[in-house]
Design a protein around this ligand. Structure first.
Ligand SMILES: [Fe+2]
Ligand SMILES: [Fe+2]
Length: 569
């Protein structure tokens, strides 16, 4: 369901898009229309609050249509007060005990939509249960009520938000749905047990297959609850059918969550753990394209991902978001890969003939290009926002210093602001970690001696420089967390640049390695009779003269003269 790719960036033949089924195209059009609409609405929070109000009104209307409540205006007034209390408590909970990012109007609308969906599904099932009962008179209504997938709400809230909010939301959903049936307490307990099981079944799970497992767990919890309630009430006549309906309930929860979750993810652009795991897949079109166009940047991104993920784990923030942010933070470099040193290899330096100010513009432009590519490929906003924030408003130091050296004194001082990234500075701990990991990885490549002591000094210098530049002013990192991040960086760098034991029989460096390489090439071409397998003759050792072709060999076989035979490696 990734949105269509930009023509300039795609390595996939254009025919691919035309081969897509029309339904996929329709889904993409609807999704992009919804994103544009919500993007515009986000600039006007009142609009989203109004939509949340509409969702709350729909919940009230669904509850008011319940057959279990007495007719009249007083029950409706009671419903209004109860819904206001429950949803107001949820809002208060979000404002006081949840992260600030949860307070966005879009998230509140998403929360109201999930609760509305849970209530609507329950109402829909209760509407059709009498008809099913007529068709299957042997199955009592109480058994059919156990097939209502009321645990779905808690499951969706766990994946879309977090388990703490899901716990509070499940409580509200259980209270509201219990108003729809005549068996109020029984249905409340049944709903709450199912929801809690779904929440606990998903803790720490990061792939969609676990939704099936959560459905199975909900089914088992239903069986347990039905058995307990039957024993408590002494009504065991239709226990078998009740247990069967409870098991089917788990199946409904799994199927509906698998179908509905991607809809919420794409419509509301939520970076759920499931979505982030999918984006970590190195077969993602953007990453595959980066391997071909900018291999140096690709490798840099993977190492930054390892550094950032370890640091996030050390301070208890989202490691998966850090890894995904790192994988995609420099995708904008694909538009001009050879202007970035990690992709130049043996190519000439493209900045040689450019003015420093122009070079700086080219370097800075990878941020804007990255944002455009990320949006075109439908990356979640949480990942897109990390692209500009990984540089914040830092200075492009290399070209700023170069500009100062070549600047004509008559033209005045070089403006530092012209050599800074546009920002914004990191707004979250994850973005701050990415900024630090990016700078540490890049500078670690300049080290010739890679020892723990050198890494410690490098990491300390980089973190101090970024902190002193004020780049961490707008995120909530504490000094203690910075120390933990530094320690994890040093640990990972020591692991990445670990030493290895020698390979017996192989020499990779120095004159002996060159001699061995030449010997192998000549032997392969059949020019010289000796091979690598031949044990070195007495006196050959590491002496260059021992294995070099003689003057006679060179004349006979037109071999290159000294100094021209080294193969470029
Ligand atoms: Fe970058
Ligand atoms: Fe980078």
């Amino acid at each position: 369901m990734a949105p269509s790719r930009t023509a300039g960036s795609s390595l996939i033949p254009s025919g691919e898009s035309s081969a897509k089924p029309p339904l996929v195209g329709l889904a993409r059009s609807l999704s992009s229309w919804f994103h544009r609409a919500t993007g515009r609405l986000e600039r006007h929070p009142v609009a989203f609050h109004s939509l949340s109000g509409v969702a709350v009104l729909a919940i009230i209307l669904l509850l008011a249509s319940s057959q279990a409540l007495p007719a009249g205006s007083l029950p409706i007034l009671g419903i209004c007060l109860l819904v206001s209390f429950l949803l107001g408590s949820l809002c208060l909970y979000i404002w006081t005990l949840q992260p600030e990012s949860m307070r966005r109007p879009k998230n509140l609308f998403l929360l109201a939509s999930v609760i509305l969906l849970a209530v609507a599904i329950t109402r829909y099932f209760l509407f059709f249960i009498p008809s099913v009962n007529q068709a299957l008179p042997n199955v009592p209504l109480s058994a059919l009520e156990y097939s209502i997938p009321v645990g779905l709400g808690g499951l969706l809230l766990t994946v879309l938000f977090n388990s703490r909010l899901a716990f509070a939301g499940a409580l509200a959903i259980s209270i509201l749905t219990s108003l729809l049936t005549s068996a109020g307490l029984r249905f409340f307990l049944f709903s709450f047990v199912g929801s809690l099981t779904a929440i606990f079944a998903l803790v720490g799970r990061k792939d969609r297959a676990t939704l099936l497992g959560a459905g199975v767990m909900v089914g088992l919890a239903n069986l347990y609850f039905i058995l307990v309630w039957s024993l408590l009430s002494g009504a065991t006549e239709s226990l078998g059918l009740q247990l069967l309906c409870g098991a089917v309930n788990g199946l409904f929860v799994a199927i509906l969550s698998l179908g509905l979750l991607p809809v919420f993810e794409y419509l509301f652009e939520v970076a759920t753990d499931f979505r982030l795991v999918e984006l970590c897949n190195l077969n993602h079109p953007l990453l595959k394209e980066m391997i071909l166009k900018a291999p140096g940047t690709y490798h840099h991104s993977v190492v930054v991902g390892t550094l950032a993920e370890a640091a996030a784990q050390a301070i208890g923030v989202n490691p998966l978001l850090c890894r995904v942010g790192a994988y995609y933070h420099d995708i904008g470099k694909m538009t001009k890969p050879l202007y970035f040193v990690e992709n130049q290899a043996n190519a000439r330096d493209r900045h040689g003939k450019l003015r420093p100010s122009l070079s700086s513009l080219v370097i800075v432009s990878h941020v804007k290009a990255g944002i455009e590519l990320a949006r075109a490929h439908g990356l979640p906003p949480a990942v897109v926002e990390m692209i500009p924030q990984h540089h914040g408003t830092r200075l492009v130091t290399f070209f700023y210093d170069k500009a100062k050296k070549v600047q004509d004194p008559d033209l005045g001082e070089v403006e530092e602001e012209n050599f800074r990234y546009p920002g914004p500075k990191p707004q979250t701990k994850e973005s701050a970690i990415l900024m630090l990991a990016d700078a540490v990885e890049a500078s670690s490549r300049t080290l010739t001696e890679r020892t723990p002591g050198r890494f410690q000094g490098l990491v300390a210098k980089i973190v101090t420089a970024i902190f002193s530049d004020g780049q961490l002013n707008e995120c909530d990192l504490t000094f203690r967390e910075l120390r933990l991040i530094e320690e994890s960086f040093i640990r990972v760098l020591c692991g990445v640049y670990h030493p290895r034991v020698d390979y017996p029989g192989f020499v990779f460096e120095g004159p002996a390695a060159r001699r061995e390489f030449n010997q192998r090439e000549l032997s392969r071409a059949g020019i010289l009779k000796f091979t690598l397998e031949r044990p070195p003759a007495r006196g050959e050792g590491d002496d260059d003269r021992g294995q070099k072709p003689t003057k006679e060999d060179q004349d006979r076989h037109h071999l290159p003269k000294k100094g021209r035979g080294d193969h470029p490696r």
